[in-house]
Design a protein around this ligand. Structure first.
Ligand code: PLP
Length: 388
């Protein structure tokens, strides 16, 4: 048994193993603050366990699973209040696979990308690496700086940006550039479900389930407009080489039958369906996005008021409401801070590794409880008192 041997402020030092232990009543009830994989509601996990022998291990071509896929599709169209004709495409491989699929099946000749961090740069790189496409036009903004929309270059038939750049915590409003008749393709991986959107402003709104949708990885979901479906069909009818796994026409064909081309992870589908139901039952997108807004507002207000912390994104309108990045002053080592939090069960607050800043990155996805966010900042206060 480890007994407290030393105390420092609110901490108790346990020996064997030596851990600075925060008092139990200060620690969040659920310590998962990662930006993906992210918190999965225990209620959803219990519902999954309760399916017993009826779901896991059964065919994805039979009604139990196909009805679940239909429920996901209908639930998303309702959640986003999608305009007539929009449909939900589901396939395997996560958003990363969608980038390559889009390079084959959604971009006709050339794309224009707003790049402001790691994820937005990856889609641009996928387009650049595709031999069938002209080099993309890239408009780059430094990490953490506000991103402004541009008029896509003449000749570009896809305009791509991330509604939330998860690596830096910068958000960009979803807009259709005036006069642009190409497709607006939005990386909404860490925004969908936690930020407002009007889908008529874009043609493909894609995401993976392991962020705001509190599910697990492995799938991509894209809500697409009739114009995007037409584009997919037109490119498919051309002579372009198309790897079957990345073929959006095949994916759409299967999605229309409430299936995926190859075997999906059933638990991932189940958890996604649970979270969509939870959001729709709770009050829809405005309700879910409102939860994210309240969580991030608390964090940014806390950081603004703290003498040792600042929001990384200085432009208030560009501060993400789903992924908050908080810088710490010199003299506070954020890595030590994150590791003390981790040893107290508060997980995955480390910054995006390649950004290389002295910061914490904290998810404000809708299923995190505001009371837990208040506890998190109280815990950080306690650790900062000790480190300072
Ligand atoms: C997590 C993330 C991705 C990658 O999603 P995968 O499912 O891992 O492929 C892409 N874009 C953004 C903005 C993300 O946050």
């Amino acid at each position: 048994m480890s007994a407290p041997t030393v105390t420092h402020g609110v901490f108790a030092m346990t020996d064997n193993p030596p851990v600075w232990q925060l008092p139990a009543d200060l620690v969040p009830t659920d310590g998962r603050f990662g930006s993906g994989p992210s918190k999965v509601r225990t209620g959803a996990l219990e519902a999954l366990a309760a399916t017993g022998t009826t779901l896991m291990g059964t065919s994805h071509r039979k009604p139990t699973v196909k009805n679940m896929v239909a429920s996901i599709q209908d639930g998303l169209l309702a959640l986003f209040d999608a305009p007539d004709g929009y449909e939900v495409l589901i396939s395997n491989g996560g958003a990363t696979a969608f980038w390559d699929a889009a390079a084959f099946g959604l971009i006709s000749e050339q794309s224009h990308h707003l790049v402001c961090g790691e994820f937005s740069s990856k889609f641009a790189a996928a387009a650049k690496n595709a031999p069938q496409l002209k080099d993309p036009v890239i408009t780059e903004t430094a990490p953490g700086q506000p991103v402004t929309h541009v008029t896509p270059d003449a000749g570009c038939d896809v305009y791509a940006f991330a509604q939330n750049e998860t690596s830096t915590g910068v958000q960009i409003p979803v807009r259709r550039p005036e006069g642009f008749d190409g497709l607006v393709v939005v990386d909404a991986v860490s925004a969908a479900g936690g930020m407002p959107v009007d889908l008529k402003d874009c043609d493909a709104y894609y995401f993976s389930p392991q962020k705001c949708f509190g599910g697990d990885g492995g799938l991509f979901v894209a809500v697409i407009s009739p114009a995007a479906a037409d584009r997919i069909a037109t490119i498919k009818a051309s002579s372009r080489f198309m790897p079957t796994f990345l073929d959006l026409a095949t994916a759409l064909d299967n999605s229309r039958k409430n299936q995926t081309y190859n075997t999906p992870a059933l638990a991932t589908l189940f958890l996604l369906d649970q979270q969509i139901r939870w959001m729709n039952d709770g009050g829809g997108l405005a309700w879910a996005a409102g939860r994210s807004a309240a969580l991030s507002e608390h964090l940014y207000n806390w950081a603004d008021a703290h003498p040792l912390a600042d929001p990384f994104v200085s432009d208030i309108a560009s501060r993400s409401q789903t992924v908050a990045t908080i810088d710490f002053h010199e003299g506070i080592d954020a890595e030590t801070l994150a590791s003390i939090l981790r040893s107290n069960g508060i997980l995955d607050t480390e910054p995006y590794r390649k950004l290389g800043r002295n910061q914490l990155r904290i998810s404000c996805f809708p299923d995190i409880e505001l009371t837990d966010m208040h506890k998190l900042t109280a815990c950080i206060d306690a650790v900062l008192d000790y480190l300072d």
